[in-house]
Design a protein around this ligand. Structure first.
Ligand code: KG4
Ligand code: ZN
Length: 362
């Protein structure tokens, strides 16, 4: 079984071709980072236009790389949501057109499900497992019970962790995307022997039994500290490199400790359910952070759980995970209708209670 996967829900245009034994025949990602950098974040209109411009060429290249033609495909999978709707429409329309022209099944994939199942592409992993999905757009714990069966144990009430990294980096004048910039700055501070411990930042939600997140208070606390330090010169005018790096380290420490504490709570909650998790899996761009990975591996070990992180290129947005989720559905004979409507919001667990506050992530 061979499936073409298409991902266009945010700022990566991606196409991949994957076989049901886990072999990746092609795996291409075109980042739009340079297009969005001047704005310090993803601009939806620019993203949609860029997907439209590049997607067909990228799919051609993936097919060439795999050395197959459309007849050899058993299905065409595309992210159907959640995400920036302009981009999702581009990917879904392309996938439907190829499916109709080639007479192959179309599969609309939930982007979050792509992340949730990606660990099964790289590792032998049985259901159920506990997943922390932690990226720029998502920050939630899910019990992955089976393909199509997810229980959300907790989520962010405001920002996602990656978003917090991005905003903190902007505040510290470290550039975009913020996560890698903060990690590098923190490493420089640590190399000078700094610990960041003298900089007082909160660990939001620490110790609460319900495994939710909130990062807006941490962001505000950092803004106050930076403003106080910058004084009359104003934020942005007074960031001396050493000083900014120490704050980056303190901020990273706060996020890492928060993620570890929330993961302890999630494991505790997961173990109270009927289905006990066999592993703790982390996915999403923030899993690229070495301190985050080390802290979460330690949490898993302390709790006697296997720790699984997909390869970094499959932690961040990619199309191999969409093709793989397509295969998992296709194996179950579970295909989508050609009148599928792209979904800006698409919670994996529709029964999860709605959480209050602005900007709550699906
Ligand atoms: O999964 P992803 O590529 O896209 C989605 O948001 O779906 O994740 C991107 C996010 C950004 O917020 C970025 O700052 C963060 O992941 N990120 C990191 C690191 N690399 C990427 N955060 C912390 N440390 C990193 N090394
Ligand atoms: Zn994602």
């Amino acid at each position: 079984m061979i499936v073409l996967g298409i991902e266009t829900s945010c700022d990566e245009t991606a196409a991949a071709i994957v076989r049901d034994d886990g072999t990746i025949l092609a795996d291409l990602v075109l980042s739009q980072l340079a297009d969005h950098r001047p704005y310090g974040g993803v601009v939806p209109e620019i993203a949609a236009r860029s997907h439209l411009e590049h997607l067909d060429g990228l799919i051609d290249e993936a097919m060439r790389k795999a050395g197959i033609d459309y007849d050899a495909l058993d299905g065409i999978a595309a992210t159907g949501g959640p995400g920036l709707i302009g981009g999702v429409i581009v990917g879904v329309t392309m996938a439907k057109a190829i499916a109709a022209a080639a007479g192959k099944p179309f599969l609309a994939i939930n982007h979050l499900e792509g992340h949730a199942l990606s660990a099964r592409l790289s590792d032998t992993l049985e259901f159920p497992y506990l997943l922390l999905l932690v990226s720029g757009g998502h920050c939630q714990f899910l019990m992955v019970e089976d393909v199509g069966s997810y229980k959300r144990l907790g989520t962010t009430l405001d920002d996602a962790a990656g978003e917090a990294f991005d905003k903190a980096a902007k505040l510290l004048g470290l550039g975009y995307p913020g996560g890698p910039a903060i990690e590098r700055a923190a490493a420089r501070a640590a190399a000078r022997g700094e610990t960041g411990s003298g900089i007082d930042l909160p660990r939001p939600m620490k110790g609460r039994p319900q495994p939710d997140f909130s990062f807006s208070g941490l962001k505000t606390a950092l803004r106050h500290l930076v403003a106080a330090r910058a004084g009359a010169k104003g934020i942005g005018g007074a960031i001396d490199a050493d000083w900014g790096e120490a704050y980056a380290l303190a901020f990273q420490n706060a996020v890492v400790e928060t993620l570890a504490d929330r993961s302890e709570a999630a494991i505790h909650v997961a173990r109270q359910g009927a289905e006990k998790p066999g592993a703790f899996v982390v996915a999403g761009g923030v899993a690229a952070n070495r301190s985050v990975r080390a802290a979460l591996a330690a949490v898993a070990e302390r709790n006697g759980l296997r720790f699984v992180v997909p390869p970094l290129e499959h932690c961040t947005d990619n199309a191999a995970m969409i093709a793989w989720a397509g295969i998992e559905h296709l194996k179950r004979g579970d295909i989508s209708a050609l009148d599928f409507a792209p979904r800006p919001r698409w919670p994996l667990d529709p029964d999860a209670p709605k959480r209050g506050g602005a900007g709550v992530k699906a």
